[in-house]
Design a protein around this ligand. Structure first.
Ligand code: UDP
Length: 236
């Protein structure tokens, strides 16, 4: 049984690379699509925001001499490429899926409005929100807290490649320990790099709980949706 009725799932672009150093790994995409379809079949309404770090990030572009705003626009287009890839993998897996974009680019996807998003979610479509917030200087973390709040999701699920929020980056510091739960303010005070501070503040100020979990272990998405505490639960 699902404990959540409507969730916003945030996936990083980087994790779509799988074993590759760049771009999209079809096997990883297929694994994600299978996990997502499984919970959509349980009747959970799913909005998805996907990053673009496997293709382009504005900040790294500006370090190489790109104009920051243009670089961020390239990043938003990168998230749109990933959104189309995920949508087509979901459709191939037999799920109903649509892409809404934060920047007008029909026919790639319909322009995002809250009303359109709710119409699709209520009709059983997995709805992917592409191009983040549509604005430069933001990230897909802020894009997902924004969309999660707008669609009145029960929680935001941040799928990562580690098991939850740790005292330090577990990929760099082997002595790091995991939190089973943590408050928004403790994330801010400890300056934990789980997601952008602005995204954490938005979730805190608007009461959107966050669950951070390892999306790369097949079956985990279903377990967190069922309410199992296998990741880290972020609360007031
Ligand atoms: N981006 C942006 N505004 C947004 C969302 C994303 O400008 O609202 C750009 C930004 O350049 C960012 C890139 O898109 O670096 C890719 O998104 P992100 O870094 O969040 O992807 P992830 O790290 O999750 O793969």
């Amino acid at each position: 049984m699902a404990k959540f009725k409507r969730v916003l799932l945030k996936l990083s672009g980087e994790s779509l690379m799988g074993e590759k150093g760049y771009g999209i790994d079809e096997n990883r995409l297929g694994e994600y699509a299978a996990q997502i379809k499984e919970i959509a079949d349980m009747g959970v309404q799913l909005g998805i925001v996907i990053g673009g770090g496997n293709i382009f990030r504005g900040l790294s572009g500006s370090k190489k001499g790109f104009d920051r705003v243009k670089g961020d626009q390239m990043g938003m287009l990168a998230t749109t490429i990933n959104a189309l890839a995920l949508c087509s993998a979901l459709t191939a897996a037999g799920a109903k899926c649509k892409v809404l974009t934060a920047i007008r680019m029909e026919p790639i996807g319909e322009f995002y409005t809250k009303d359109k998003a709710l119409e699709l979610l209520n009709a059983g479509y997995i709805t992917i929100f592409a191009a983040g917030t549509g604005c430069p200087y933001f990230t897909t973390d802020t894009g997902s807290s924004l969309r999660g709040i707008e669609i009145e999701a029960d929680a935001m699920f941040k799928g990562t490649r580690v098991d939850g929020i740790y005292t330090a980056d577990p990929e760099k510091d082997p002595s790091a320990t995991k939190f089973d739960d943590i408050s928004y303010d403790e994330i801010l005070v400890r300056n934990l790099k789980v997601m952008d501070l602005s995204a954490t503040v938005m979730c805190r100020d608007n009461g959107l709980p966050i669950v951070v979990f390892n999306m790369d272990k097949p079956g985990n998405l279903k377990r967190v949706i069922a309410g199992e505490n296998i990741g880290t639960y972020v609360h007031p």
